[in-house]
Design a protein around this ligand. Structure first.
Ligand SMILES: [Zn+2]
Length: 398
């Protein structure tokens, strides 16, 4: 069965130029790999006014539980300046011990290896003792509005339920086996505008400079720390990402000034409680710092970015132990269980079943000359295969 070879699978997928929102033939190629393995494949198109339609794929092998889901995306970020690549980004060329191409590690490589692992599992053990499904979106690198979130809802409405999920994003910082992600921090962004009264810089008593109010409001969000971290998570951290006055004149006090911020928070907080804490700090700082000593407290307004990312932590020990044990038995390394990094589509999946993430080494993701070691593709396929066997054995015991 040709789909048992992760290298050939990955070359096929890389040769489909599926830069978000284009399907690029990638889901069709994946469907062609899954059908001969016995999967029932469905292609779901998600739509949203004002946004391009996005193709997604859901495939299931088996009809009984336990049910293991593999999730990921076939869309890729743009290649950038193609002439800067040492090999064309959509050719899937092998040079030495490496396979070059956009999506090699993020994350067509993970999909190629999981397909190969399932093909080998069927060759060696027959059909799985339950069900395996692929939940694959074409909208992860873009706005992610027509992607995993809608695909999950669509599948759930049709009666699909899952017992566990593995996301195949690149999770290893340096070497295959370094790191499994068992949770993710939440993320909230906002913008604070401070209002003053415009005037002549030489006649400040006639004006109110909003920059005087902005500085304490921004600094009270950066210090003191929101928390000291937890056993599973680093300390929550807020960064001021922009300060904007937009005033080109040196002799004018501006009418308003604003700053933007983003906070990555741990499970000490929810999106709502961290927002409330930010407002509490701003109110206290505004009351304590009039724009000028004898004036009113600083007047400010806060606007929040839409759709915050919610924090989550997976505590399903059977799932984590199956994956961690598979990594250790194949690589000899005990992977670190981590919650670091940005958000991922696991933040949507966690509402349906316990979810963990493990994939390739992320060093070249989104870069010119994205590439993967051929040996890593074989090793990851073996890890995924061992994980599949162990997870079903554990799930059937419990
Ligand atoms: Zn990715």
């Amino acid at each position: 069965m040709s789909s048992a070879d992760p290298i050939a699978n990955l070359q096929t997928l890389i040769r489909c130029p599926s830069v978000t929102p284009a399907e690029g033939g990638a889901l069709a190629a994946l469907e062609a790999m899954l059908l001969p393995l016995g999967f029932k494949v469905e292609r779901m198109v998600a739509t949203e006014p004002g946004m391009p339609d996005i193709e997604n794929l859901y495939a299931r092998l088996g009809s009984d539980g336990p049910h293991l889901m593999f999730a990921g995306h076939t869309d890729v970020v743009p290649p950038g300046d193609e002439t800067s690549w040492s090999r064309p980004p959509f050719a899937g060329e092998i040079v030495g011990n490496e396979l070059f191409g956009r999506g090699a590690v993020d994350m067509k490589g993970g999909i190629a290896c999981f397909v190969a692992a399932v093909a080998r599992h069927i060759e060696q053990h027959g059909a799985p003792k339950g069900s395996i499904s692929f939940l694959i979106t074409g909208d992860e690198e873009g706005p992610a509005v027509n992607g995993t979130e809608k695909l999950l809802r669509w599948a759930a409405e049709r009666g699909e339920t899952w017992d566990a999920c593995l996301v195949g994003e690149p999770t290893n910082p340096d070497v295959l086996g370094d790191m499994i992600k068992i949770g993710r921090r939440g993320s909230v962004s906002g913008k604070v505008t401070v209002f003053g009264v415009q005037g002549h810089a030489a006649y400040p008593h006639l004006a109110d400079n909003p920059v005087r109010g902005l500085l304490p409001l921004a600094s009270v969000l950066m210090d003191p720390p929101f928390d000291g971290g937890t056993p599973e998570f680093p300390a929550s951290n807020l960064e001021v990402t922009s300060v904007d006055v937009g005033n080109p004149a040196t002799n004018v006090i501006p009418a308003k000034a604003s700053f933007a911020f983003n906070i990555r928070f741990n499970d000490t907080w929810t999106a709502d409680t961290v927002k409330a804490e930010i407002v509490r700090r701003l109110d206290a700082a505004a009351a304590g710092s009039p724009l000028r000593p004898d004036r009113e407290p600083a007047r400010y307004e806060i606007t929040w970015a839409e759709r915050p990312s919610h924090v989550f932590l997976t505590r399903n020990n059977a799932l984590i132990a199956s994956l961690s044990g598979a990594v250790e038995s194949v690589t000899g390394k005990l992977p670190k269980l981590s919650t670091t990094g940005g958000t991922s589509d696991a933040r949507f999946i966690k509402d349906y079943c316990p979810v963990v993430e493990f994939g390739l080494v992320g060093q070249t993701m989104h870069m010119i000359d994205e590439r993967v070691a051929l040996a890593d593709l074989e090793t990851l396929t073996q890890i995924y295969g061992t994980f599949i066997s162990r997870w079903f054995d554990n799930a059937l015991l419990s």
